[in-house]
Ligand binder design. Structure first.
Ligand SMILES: [Zn+2]
Ligand SMILES: [Zn+2]
Length: 813
């Protein structure tokens, strides 16, 4: 039996702590269980990551309690989280925390614990008063401090705490709220028959909406849940309320049902036969599934070519072999539409995981997967850690999507690389799908690290839409607000035909930029070729990669024009203008602000899908995975804001965005047109998107990145240095650069420089960027950053204060 355990805590400290076990607990020791151990001055919750007999050189403290009867993390997930923590330089505990659903993780509260007063103990009257109160009522440390602060017992309480007569214990803080919904039934003394009698009587105007709704209810039958009634167009919350007011129906709140089956349809026979391209792709994947060995595929299929059908066939094969699967989709694409396509074939084998679920729902889904009750997990980024048994297949849909990379907090992992590693551990197969594969994946394919499979044909009769590029320089006076006359007229025509419109504008919060009104040029950093940001106070143009800066130009460096305009976020007033331009149309907004509430995202999309709104306006979110057959006009209000984003990736992002937006239009029988408004009509992103030529674009983009050593020809490690004092942050960044130069003399280093958003949450932010050989793995990255940070800790001590350093490996943006 193991005598020692190594425990990881969900703190930023990148090490584990060793404790000794006790004879009575020895038997239950197992890696992956949570434990209570003394940590600093309290009892903390950690997870056992290793059990062994190797006596450390220091004195160990004793394990107090084991919290789980079964491991909550399999050996496989321990291995994976360990790899993530090394590869992305996070702490193992933080990574485990991120992998686990709330309720199973370490989110905890510090509570006080008081042992019963025994015979021999001698306490003063005041001490007894404190102890008795704490014994009677469960109290947190915070509550107790507040309780006795400023009272005569405050000192007594703190002394008891110091003597450890009162102990501090962390306890899992399981904030599970029960999600409820309304269940509608007939009101007292009412029923379907009485309702019908009422409807048929003479005094009723049967054209009233609520009367029609009442009739519909007699057909459907009650009681029914809101989630079911909500599917009926006529049964809006308003009509239901009206029927309630008229005393026909009533509701009670019932716990929401987790089963997907209530609203989705299970029909495994509806699986579609594959066309020849799909069949060829499926056969390749299937061969690897049969061999039960690791393989990685890039499924490159233009929008509408039917990638999902290939996923479904591959999944079915895996399930038949007794394997499990994970389907990763961008958070925003995890709509009921997406889920229903998989549900139709796999039914209750599916567990959905996403951030808008309650903790309880997520815990439920997690347990169903862990126990093997469900075999397929569908979810965003974090579902790469789903405890699917006997994993055989991981699908990464829209693999180029930036939401697969976690930015903050740590672990800043990328789901693509993590999925590949997980498949490696399990001898499983990865299928990465995209219509616009990332440069990373294309590079992998070129180097033979994954196999490209192509779906070149668009499905059925759908045709690629026409793309019109509208040069804003030529429309100077012919503008309706932010819209060129051409786009304005297209919208007007579509509205007349009762067709729908999607308008996209960019509202990413970042600094301003300068643009020439004559030729559309945006000044770029001479060394890094990223757009320069404009700093108003100092009248400077600044590169946030290299730190390069110059006084803001007075004349365009390309055409000499003196008409340079400061552009930036917040300059677009599209939404407000629409009402004036098209007073008869109903517009609906879709962006992060409007979709942060639970269920709101689905509501907006279904409102638009049901054509209760004519125009959907949104940020880049609208480009992702939405499918509306009645949309014939898609307008990009200002493409340049994306191009101006100070990142080596901005052109690729722009290209992906435009291609996807183009894919949104004309998905049904009606042909669609995409209008792109820009001052840079010749930009490669726009030109290739117009031709739907991803190969051409990627060739040009790779040619741009190679000489500059941008990914995929390097991996970027970004050190982010934050402080409430600008000069401290700058000194920290300078020191880091110096150290990095010494540690790796031949490695390209950029910075220090202020971040693109150089002041956030009352902190100044500076950056240093390292370009690392992309062939290097976890061991190298960890050793390199360890060394830099060790020297930094040492040399900054007493010199630099109030500075925090975050590390972001594979930093994109
Ligand atoms: Zn110019
Ligand atoms: Zn630069």
């Amino acid at each position: 039996m193991p005598k020692y355990i190594d425990v990881a805590f969900p703190a930023a400290v990148r090490r584990t702590f060793t404790y000794h076990t006790t004879p009575e607990l020895e038997e239950e020791i197992e890696a992956g269980k949570r434990v209570w151990v003394p940590f600093r001055n309290y009892y903390a919750i950690g997870v056992i990551v290793n059990a062994h007999d190797k006596k450390p050189e220091f004195n160990t403290k004793s394990l107090r309690k084991i919290l789980d009867s079964q491991s909550i993390l399999s050996e496989e997930l321990l291995k994976l989280t360990k790899w993530v923590s090394r590869f992305y330089y996070s702490s193992w505990g933080e990574t485990i925390q991120a992998a686990l659903p709330a309720g199973l993780n370490f989110v905890s509260k510090k509570n006080l614990k008081v042992e019963k007063v025994s015979e021999g103990e001698d306490f003063t009257k005041e001490e007894m008063e404190v102890l008795t109160e704490l014994q009677q009522k469960k109290t947190s440390l915070k509550e107790a401090k507040k309780r006795w602060q400023g009272t005569s017992l405050n000192k007594v309480f703190h002394q008891l705490l110091k003597k450890k007569r009162i102990e501090i214990w962390e306890e899992p803080d399981l904030k599970v709220t029960v999600a409820t919904e309304r269940e509608w039934s007939w009101a007292d003394d009412k029923h379907a028959a009485s309702a019908l009698e009422f409807i048929r009587s003479d005094e009723v105007n049967s054209s009233h909406k609520w009367v029609l709704a009442l009739q519909r209810l007699t057909e459907i039958g009650l009681p029914k849940r809101q989630s079911v009634l909500g599917d009926e167009e006529i049964l809006t919350p308003y009509t239901l309320k009206k029927l309630q007011d008229e005393k026909w129906i009533q509701y009670k709140e019932v716990e929401k049902n987790n089963s997907l089956g209530d609203t989705l349809h299970y029909n495994p026979d509806s699986i579609k036969t594959l066309n020849s391209d799909q069949q060829a792709a499926f056969q390749a994947v299937n061969k690897s599934l049969q061999k039960r060995e690791f393989a990685n595929y890039l499924l490159y299929g233009i929008t509408g070519s039917g990638k999902t059908e290939v996923y479904i066939h591959a999944l079915q094969e895996a399930i038949e072999k007794g394997k499990g699967g994970i389907v990763l989709v961008p958070e925003i694409a995890l709509t009921p539409q997406t889920v229903s396509r998989f549900y139709r074939i796999f039914g209750d084998e599916i567990a959905v995981l996403h951030s808008r679920m309650t903790s309880r729902e997520r815990l439920h889904a997690w347990k169903d997967l862990e126990s093997g009750k469900k075999k397929i997990a569908i979810g965003p980024r974090s579902a790469v850690f789903a405890p699917v048994n006997n994993l055989g297949l991981i699908i990464l849909d829209e693999e180029h999507d930036s939401s697969y990379k976690q930015m903050d907090p740590s672990p800043r992992y990328h789901a693509r690389e993590t999925a590949i590693m997980r498949a490696n551990i399990n001898n499983a197969v990865v299928v990465m799908g995209s219509a616009t594969p990332s440069m990373q994946s294309l590079h992998m394919a070129a180097k033979g690290k994954c196999t490209m499979l192509e779906l070149p044909e668009r499905h059925a009769n759908a045709t690629l839409p026409n793309v019109e590029v509208l040069d804003l320089k030529e429309y100077k006076s012919a503008m309706r607000g932010e819209l060129t006359v051409a786009l304005y007229q297209a919208i007007e025509e579509a509205l007349e035909k009762d067709e729908q419109i999607i308008l996209l504008y960019n509202r990413r919060g970042f600094a301003n930029y300068l643009q020439c009104e004559g030729c559309g040029h945006i000044p770029q950093s001479p060394d890094c070729s990223v757009s320069l940001t404009y700093h108003k106070q100092k009248n400077l143009l600044l590169c946030h990669y290299s730190g390069y800066s110059r006084r803001a130009d007075t004349h365009c460096e390309m055409c000499g024009s003196a008409h340079l305009k400061v552009q930036g976020s917040g300059t677009q007033k599209v939404e407000a203008e629409l009402e004036e331009l098209f007073p008869e149309a109903v517009s609906i907004r879709f962006d992060r602000d409007s979709t942060s509430r639970k269920g709101e995202h689905e509501r907006i999309l279904s409102t638009f899908g049901e054509h209760k709104a004519d125009i959907l306006i949104g940020t880049q979110l609208v480009a992702k995975g939405l499918d509306f057959p009645n949309v014939t006009v898609v307008g990009v209000v200002n493409a340049d804001t994306e191009l101006a984003f100070p990142s080596f990736q901005s052109t690729e992002r722009m290209y992906q965005l435009l291609s996807q937006v183009a894919g949104r239009s004309g998905r049904g029988k009606k042909p669609g047109t995409v209008y792109i408004q820009t001052r840079q009509p010749g930009n490669p992103a726009i030109q290739y998107a117009k031709k739907h030529d991803h190969k051409g674009f990627s060739r040009e983009e790779m040619g741009f990145r190679k000489p500059l050593d941008y990914p995929p020809y390097s991996r970027l490690i970004r050190f982010v240095i934050k402080s409430s004092k600008d000069h401290q942050a700058r000194r920290g960044a300078e020191l880091l650069r110096m150290i990095a130069e010494n540690v790796v003399p031949d490695m390209p280093i950029l910075g220090p420089s202020p971040a693109a958003i150089s002041w956030m949450n009352k902190k100044y932010i500076w950056e240093v960027l390292l370009k690392v050989d992309p062939e290097k793995g976890a061991t190298y990255i960890e050793a390199l950053v360890d060394k830099i940070m060790e020297i930094y800790e040492d040399q900054s001590k007493g010199q630099i204060s109030g500075v925090r350093v975050n590390i972001n490996v594979d930093a994109i943006q």
